[in-house]
Design a protein around this ligand. Structure first.
Ligand code: ATP
Ligand code: MG
Length: 413
């Protein structure tokens, strides 16, 4: 087991997100090394020392990042030397490396850089190919192993791969690799999902299940040793399909727009869009996938009533009687996009994204979606919660989901 300690005032101010710890944790997990805890502290010698001390007491191997720079606010070396009760000594071989690098660039080495060649007496230097601060590994029987890495993310990655992993592999008894699989769902809330699949918990042991809700759906992540994932995942997926099959759209990280694009391609169908409140968001998502020109022919952003009439032939009477956010308008938009875009399928979205523009009858979040296919037109009504961004994103996701459901009823080929 390992703990990670991220050091730097910028982390506590929220200016920098601790991506170093996330990256190191993923890298260790892939090696079968479990991270037990991640901590962040500021550039404060007492705080660093205390955090490192308690982390070492818990698990005896700690990787720190940050605070190895040449400026006075970088105190990690001092804190560690004090904790291990060692002096700081200058590593002359690293001074030579730095001087040689400067010589090649034709500049003199700043005196300040000497600080970065300091290490606690008896510690090992981990040469850094990508920066001036080397990593440091310090080990003793009483406290355990501490590894110091600089803060710059690129240097962290370089040092982890070249220096730290070989060192840890030699030292730790490494368990099997850890893997996870993602099952992506749409159109079902986290709580209902949990209820519907409650009884699969007993069939997934020793895998761990995490619910990951993200605004446009809930992902289920199954994690465990490669062996267990290999052995159990297909069975788990079969059980999930029995219970929530119509909500599952991917068994890997694929986006819904990519899934739907693949379905269109498989069926040899083309698509045209008419977007109002989403303003092109669905077109953007579909065209994020390379090769979208195989199926996407056109997208109409028909924001005004006039554009709905002039571009895709929505009836003036429909707009006057039912308004732009209505079953009838969504239907005519989808059918118009299909006709004018000369596509097999038309998809339309019209709604009130807010924050203004809502009424008693059509509150903010009211969205109508339509899919016009050769077999007929389907519409759906939603009242979506959230702010403007959330409403637009969820409306787009709901449209793609309705398209997916319609396409499932159409045979491939
Ligand atoms: P340097 O030798 O460059 O001074 P350092 O060891 O002193 O390195 P810091 O000054 O703490 O490192 O950080 C250098 C850069 O790396 C900064 O831009 C900082 O925002 C970024 N950084 C530091 N810690 C992290 C972290 N945990 N996650 C992501 N980025 C980080
Ligand atoms: Mg710093």
């Amino acid at each position: 087991m390992i703990e990670l300690l991220a050091i730097g005032d910028e982390l506590l101010l929220g200016e920098t997100v601790d991506t170093n710890s996330a990256w190191i944790a993923r890298c260790l997990a892939a090696e079968g090394i479990a991270v037990q805890r991640v901590t962040a502290v500021g550039d404060d010698i007492a705080a660093i020392r205390a955090a490192l001390d308690s982390a070492l007491r818990r698990c005896r191997v700690v990787i720190c990042t940050g605070g190895l720079g040449p400026t006075p606010d970088d105190m990690t070396r001092h804190a560690v030397a004090a904790l291990y009760d060692r002096r700081l000594v200058v590593d002359e071989t690293w001074i030579d490396v730095l001087q040689e690098r400067h010589r090649r660039r034709g500049i003199a080495m700043p005196e300040r850089n000497r600080v970065q060649a300091e290490r606690p007496d008896g510690a090992l230097l981990l040469p850094n190919e990508l920066g001036s601060a080397p990593g440091v590994a310090i080990d003793d029987d009483a406290r355990g192993l501490t590894i110091l890495l600089p803060g710059v993310p690129l240097e962290v990655r370089g040092l982890m791969e070249a220096q730290v992993l070989p060192l840890l592999r030699a030292r730790l008894v490494v368990a099997g690799r850890i893997e996870s699989r993602l099952v992506r769902t749409v159109g079902i809330a986290e709580a209902s999902l949990a209820e519907r699949i409650a009884d699969i918990e007993e069939h997934i042991v020793p895998l761990k299940l995490a619910f990951l809700p993200h605004g446009t759906g809930v992902d289920l992540r199954f994690t465990g040793s490669s062996d267990a994932v290999e052995r159990l995942f297909d069975g788990i997926l079969a059980r999930l399909r029995e219970r929530i099959g119509d909500h599952i759209y991917a068994c890997d990280g694929t986006d819904l727009a990519t899934v739907v694009g693949g379905m269109l391609r498989d069926r040899g169908l083309t698509l045209a869009l008419a977007e109002s409140c989403t303003g092109g968001l669905v077109a953007r998502r579909l065209t994020d996938a390379p090769g979208a020109s195989d199926y996407l022919l056109a997208g109409f952003i028909t924001y005004s009533n006039e554009a709905k009439q002039d571009l895709i032939g929505v009836d003036a009477g429909t707009l006057a009687t039912y308004g732009a956010v209505s079953d009838a308008c969504a239907r005519e938009m989808a059918e118009g996009a299909r006709r004018v875009g000369r596509a097999d399928v038309g998809v339309a979205i019209t709604g009130v994204a807010g924050p203004g523009g809502g009424s008693e009858e059509k509150p903010v979040g009211t969205v109508w979606i339509a899919v016009a296919a050769p077999a007929g037109t389907e519409t759906r009504h939603f009242i979506i919660a959230g702010d403007r961004t959330a409403i637009r994103e969820r409306a787009g996701q709901a449209a793609l989901d309705l398209l997916r459901r319609v396409l499932r009823g159409t045979r491939s080929g």
